[in-house]
Each structure stands twice: as structure tokens, then as C-alpha cells.
Write a protein that binds this ligand. Structure first.
Ligand SMILES: O=c1ccn([C@@H]2O[C@H](COP(=O)(O)OP(=O)(O)O[C@H]3O[C@H](CO)[C@H](O)[C@H](O)[C@H]3O)[C@@H](O)[C@H]2O)c(=O)[nH]1
Length: 627
């Protein structure tokens, strides 16, 4: 094998540029050319062509920092190969977007917004139940994709967000809940069509350098939470180059002049990663039909998946976005119908920071405001997307997964000539429909917020400042929303669940419902749950109930305290009669109290486990718990 230097010399000669005249304008680079391999020479040439001479101007004579110079090109090679169209496209796109930004060009120029109509579902009615059945049937033809490359800067939590407990009654983390939900769907779907449990639903996790190692560690140290390791595919997104000025000159890392500074490009990367991974083609060959995208911390999401997938299947949507009622100024995008002066229309997410200026610019002087319902008329996008695989692949063959980008530089002053700090191009996965032809069937499904959406994004301090009536999107609200949803679902199924009390944790006023949780295999759909709630059961406000098993039914259970039931699948367990104990009390925790773990501090409460009844059914057969 040729040594690096031989290969470099060969490369330079092969390109007929041994003299390096093309690098004449950049003497430091020219003097170092002989160090470079042929592909590095090509990359250098491309960088000069794109006005990036400054990247080499500080390069010393050959012999000094040669390893760092090679390291520089390793990074350039990575940046070049991970962006659709390479760095040339990146720099050219950046120049255009930066010019538009400087000119104050509105990305929605020529478009008028209006409120679109979508499928509005009512939890528990006949339509909902039949859509859930349709969705479960389709689930075996689906693949799930979790975008989890975000650092969660707003939450300020040090670990990865998917490792946070979804709720602290059981302490199960988000990732465990997601995997158990997918496995339950897989089992129920296979059972429904009688395929002998052969189909495995693929699960892709998009990570980034910020989350990759910890995500893999979490999976490995928990045996993939019961999923076959081969079912899980990790796809790591790369960061993109930072831009120093309006000419899209790439920014060098302030701490290392041989490195280009990089920042995350956004969740929109998921499309190009899926495209280049070959997974989409593989899924097509396996006759899969749906790809479901979801985000890192929505503990309620799987309450909405079966029915939403049912909507996609019955309506034949190429794109189906899940939405909830949106409060004006809430940090979720608004789903909007945009009509262009030339007659084009599209239904698309308008991101939360763009909705207000767009509305003001198009004759709505109040901007992003609530209407008479107390909500924004624009449904809130929760970034759960269901794409039909066939049309998705066809589209990506054209775009290679490139998604419409934006840039958001912070200028030093109104001349817009300099930036306060470097910026970069960004993209969002929900912008995928922007390039679709008008014939594409793009729809959305609106569900109740209490059922479908409770993310964990804001730190306690910021959450406490959220305008009254708007959701906190905090660890506190994320957990209490789970108890609320489960209580409301059991109520709808016929159980008597006590009213909540209002309490304040970390400055956030929330409803505290009984702490009811169940494993996904117990209650995947409303029909499943309804069949397991029989007779007159009641649960008091101070109670906690953990249902961990498939065949556990509530038949006249009168709970006032804490009850934990664990049962193997083959055990049929009836919960009847009164169960009373001192239970678990809720203790307030201040987020500034460093004697508590961060995971607890951000919630603002913990449980004192005073007394409980825990029962374990490990043997098959019929069992009854009656005190
Ligand atoms: O480079 C990135 C950036 C983010 N993410 C992931 O993308 C998801 C969303 O990130 P954020 O929570 O930071 O997103 P925002 O709150 O800014 O907004 C997004 O989520 C909202 C709903 O939660 C709305 O739907 C909004 O329109 C949509 O852009 C997370 O799972 C995050 O881990 C990545 O994988 N890579």
C-alpha cells in the first residue's frame, strides 16, 4: 500500500496540478499541497472556489502541524459526504439564505395563511375505536423512527432525554416505554392478522455526537428493553459547518484553528440519513407501508399512534401529521394552509417563531392570538409524522433527503453586516412536505392534548414563567399529564376516579390525579382497556396503581392507597374488593435543592413510599386479589 505522502504526490500529479497554480492566490495552502492525498486536493480546490481561502491563511510551513492539517481534511471529508450535494451545495445554499435574511425576505412571501381542516378525533367514540383497530392492523407494516439527536438545551438536563423517567411511580424511562409500546403493537398486530408473531417492527433511533454513546449504553445495559438488538438501528447525524459572515465563510473553531466549528443541523437530517442508509429500500422490499417519526420526550404519544395510523390507512394519506389544540405563543408550530398568489396551496407547519410575523404581515394585526375557543385557530404540530413509504421513497429519490433549510443569524446591528456569533443552516423534519407535488395527499389528525401531547422541554425556571393557561412543557407537567390521561381513560372505561387536587411544584400549578400507570401490553387501545375494566371500581385521589401485566382486570377494586400488580402473561388476575394502606405521599422538592438528584429536582416532587401492597403473579392460571 502506498504511504500517505506517496498517495498525496500521486494524487497531485494525477490531477495535473503538481505546480498547484490553482492555489496561487493562497500561498500557505500551495506550500502544503504535497502533503495532501488526491481527494484532499480536490476538496481544497473546491474550498478555494467557494471563497474559503481564509481556512488556510494561517497554515505554517510544511513540517509544522502536518498531522493537524491532515486532521482538518478528515473533517472536511466528513462534512462533505454527510450533506446532500456536499459542501459546495452547503456553501451555496448558505450564501442564498444569508442574502435573503439580510434583505429581510419573508420565506412565506406571496402566501396567505388560513386555517386548514383535518381529521378531528374524539377519544373513545366508535370512530376512534374502529380507527385504533385499523391502526393496530397496519402496525406490522410500519417502521418507527425516533429523532433523538437534540441536546435538550432548554431543559438543561445533563443526561440524554430518553433516559429520563417518563413517570417516577415506576421510574421507567422514555426509551423503555417507547420500545415496550412498539413491541406491544407488534404483538397485537401479528395476533390480529394471525401471522404467528413473525413480523418485527424496525425501530430507528437518530442520534448525534451529543447523544450517541449514551443512547447505545442505555440500550445495551438494559438488554434493549426486550427488543431484539437487530431490530434497533442507530443512525448518527453529523453536525454542519458554522458560517462566520454573510459571504458564508466557514467559521474556524476558536479553540482549534485546524477545525471548522460545527453545530447541529436540526431534526430534518433524519430524511437524508434514512435515504442514504438503504433502510427505506430494505423496508420496501419487506413490503412495509408506513414510517412513523416521533420525538424524544412525549410520554403520551403512544395513546395517539393506533388511531392516527388508522387515519393514514383509511384516508390513504401520504403524509399525516399529528396535531393538538394550540395555545397562542405556545412553542409548537401551527399547521397552516398556505395559498400563494399564483394559486398554489400547501398544508404545512409554520414554526412557532414564524407564525406571528406571517399573520401580522397578512392582515391579522393581533398576530398569533387565541380565538373565541381560547385556543389558536391553527392546530399545533406535535411532530409525530406518519409517511406512506412508497411515495416517500419516490420523493427522496429526487431530493436525496435534502429538506428546505433556514438560517437564523443574530446580527450585531441593523446594518446586518456582522453576526454576534457564528450561525449555520438548519432544517426541520416536518418541512418534508414542502417539496411535494400538489397531487400528494397531505393531511393531519387533531387529538385532545390531554391524550396525546406532554413533552419535557423546559427547565423549571422557564416553565414557571410560561403565561398562565399555557402548557409548561416541563418535567413536572410531563409526568402529571400521564396520571391525568390514565385517570381520564379509566374514567371513560367506567371506573370511578377521584377528582384531582391542584398543587404547585417549582412554581407551576398542576392538577394532581391518582398516580395510575400501566405497561403498554395492558392497555394499547381503548377497546383493550374497556374490556379490562368491569364492575364498579374506584380509585381515590391519594392512590397509586401500577398495572404490570397483560391479563389484569379491575372488577370492583376499591383502591385507597398504593397497589402494585405484576403478573406474567399467562396469569389472569382479577382485582376486586377494597385495598387500603397508607400509600405514597407526595413531597415537594425545590429545583435548587442540590441534595436531591437532578432527575427529581426538575420535577419538583418525589414520593415517600410509606406503605403499599405489591403482588406478584408468576404462575399461569386464574387469580383473584381480594383483601
Ligand atoms: O439536530 C437535532 C435537533 C433536534 N433533534 C430532535 O428533534 C426533536 C425535537 O427537538 P426540539 O424538542 O428541540 O424541537 P422544538 O421544541 O424546537 O420543536 C419541534 O417540536 C415541537 C413539538 O414538540 C413542534 O412540533 C415544533 O413544530 C417542532 O419543530 C427532539 O426529539 C430532538 O432530540 C434531533 O434529533 N437533532
Amino acid at each position: 500500500m502506498a504511504s500517505g505522502t506517496d498517495a498525496a504526490a500521486a494524487g497531485v500529479a494525477a490531477l495535473g496540478i503538481s505546480g498547484g497554480e490553482w492555489a496561487e492566490a493562497c500561498p500557505p495552502l500551495r506550500r502544503n499541497l504535497h502533503l495532501l492525498a488526491s481527494d484532499e486536493v480536490e476538496l481544497a480546490k473546491m474550498l478555494l472556489n467557494e471563497g474559503q481561502m481564509h481556512l488556510f491563511e494561517h497554515w505554517p510551513e510544511p513540517g509544522v502541524d502536518d498531522d493537524k492539517k491532515k486532521g482538518f481534511f478528515d473533517q472536511v471529508r466528513r462534512l462533505n459526504s454527510s450533506y446532500p450535494g456536499g459542501l459546495v451545495s452547503y456553501i451555496q445554499n448558505a450564501k442564498k439564505l444569508l442574502a435573503d435574511s439580510k434583505a429581510g425576505k419573508n420565506p412565506y412571501d406571496g402566501f396567505t395563511p388560513s386555517v386548514p381542516s383535518g381529521e378531528a378525533l374524539t377519544f373513545g367514540n366508535d370512530n376512534f375505536v374502529s380507527l385504533e383497530a385499523a391502526g393496530v392492523k397496519e402496525a406490522r407494516n410500519a417502521a418507527f423512527v425516533l429523532v433523538a439527536g437534540g441536546l435538550g438545551e432548554r431543559l438543561g438536563y445533563k443526561g440524554i432525554k430518553v433516559a429520563l423517567s417518563r413517570e417516577t411511580t415506576t421510574g421507567k424511562c422514555f426509551l423503555q416505554h417507547y420500545i415496550e409500546s412498539i413491541l406491544s403493537l407488534q404483538e397485537a398486530s401479528c395476533k390480529m392478522v394471525g401471522d404467528g408473531y413473525h413480523t418485527k417492527i424496525p425501530f430507528v433511533i437518530m442520534t448525534s455526537d451529543d447523544t450517541n454513546a449514551l443512547t447505545i449504553k442505555l440500550l445495551e445495559s438494559n438488554s434493549y428493553f426486550g427488543m431484539e438488538p437487530s431490530q434497533v438501528k442507530i443512525q448518527k447525524q453529523e453536525k454542519v459547518a458554522c458560517l462566520a459572515d454573510n459571504d458564508a465563510r466557514l467559521a474556524l473553531d476558536p479553540n482549534d484553528k485546524y477545525k471548522i466549528q460545527t453545530k447541529p443541523h436540526g431534526h430534518g437530517d433524519v430524511h437524508s440519513l434514512l435515504y442514504s442508509s438503504g433502510l427505506l429500500e430494505q423496508w420496501k422490499n419487506e413490503e412495509r407501508k408506513w414510517v412513523l417519526f416521533f420525538q424524544d420526550t412525549n410520554g403520551l404519544l403512544f395513546n395517539a399512534i393506533p388511531s392516527a395510523l388508522g387515519v393514514s390507512a383509511t384516508k390513504g394519506y401520504n403524509v399525516n401529521s399529528l396535531a393538538v389544540s394550540r395555545k397562542a405563543k405556545e412553542a409548537i408550530g401551527g399547521i397552516t394552509k398556505l395559498t400563494h398568489v399564483d394559486g398554489r396551496t400547501m398544508v404545512i407547519n409554520v414554526e412557532y417563531n414564524q407564525l406571528d410575523p406571517l399573520l401580522r404581515a397578512t392582515g391579522h394585526p393581533d398576530g398569533d392570538a387565541n380565538c373565541e375557543t381560547g385556543y389558536s385557530p391553527y392546530p399545533g404540530n406535535i411532530n409525530q409524522l406518519i409517511l406512506e413509504l412508497g411515495p416517500y421513497i419516490e420523493e427522496l429519490k429526487k431530493t436525496h433527503g435534502a429538506i428546505s433549510e433556514f438560517v437564523n443569524p443574530k446580527y450585531t446591528d441593523s446594518t446586518k453586516t456582522a453576526f454576534k456569533s457564528s450561525t449555520r443552516l438548519e432544517c426541520m423534519m416536518q418541512d418534508y412536505p414542502k417539496t411535494l407535488p400538489p397531487s400528494a395527499k397531505v393531511g393531519f389528525t387533531v387529538m385532545d392534548t390531554w391524550l396525546a401531547y406532554a413533552p419535557v422541554k423546559n427547565n423549571p425556571e422557564d416553565a414557571a414563567k410560561v403565561p398562565k393557561g399555557n402548557p409548561y412543557h416541563s418535567a413536572t407537567s410531563g409526568e402529571t399529564a400521564i396520571y391525568r390521561a390514565n385517570s381520564l381513560i379509566l374514567r371513560k372505561a367506567g371506573a370511578q376516579i377521584a377528582d384531582p387536587v391542584v398543587d404547585t411544584f417549582n412554581g407551576q400549578e398542576v392538577e394532581v390525579w391518582p398516580r395510575i400507570t400501566w405497561s403498554p401490553r395492558w392497555g394499547l387501545t381503548f377497546k383493550d382497556i374497556k374490556e379490562k375494566v368491569r364492575g364498579n371500581s374506584s380509585i381515590s385521589q391519594r392512590s397509586a396503581l401500577v398495572i404490570n401485566g397483560r391479563n389484569i382486570s379491575l372488577e370492583g377494586l376499591l383502591l385507597d392507597g398504593t397497589l402494585i400488580v405484576n403478573a406474567v402473561d399467562e396469569a389472569e388476575v382479577k382485582l376486586t374488593g377494597p385495598v387500603q394502606n397508607k400509600g405514597w405521599t407526595i413531597q415537594h422538592v425545590d429545583y435548587k435543592d442540590t441534595s436531591e438528584k437532578e432527575e427529581i429536582r426538575i420535577r419538583g416532587f418525589k414520593f415517600e413510599k410509606v406503605e403499599q401492597l405489591e403482588v406478584n403473579y408468576t404462575e399461569p392460571g386464574k387469580h383473584s386479589l381480594s383483601a
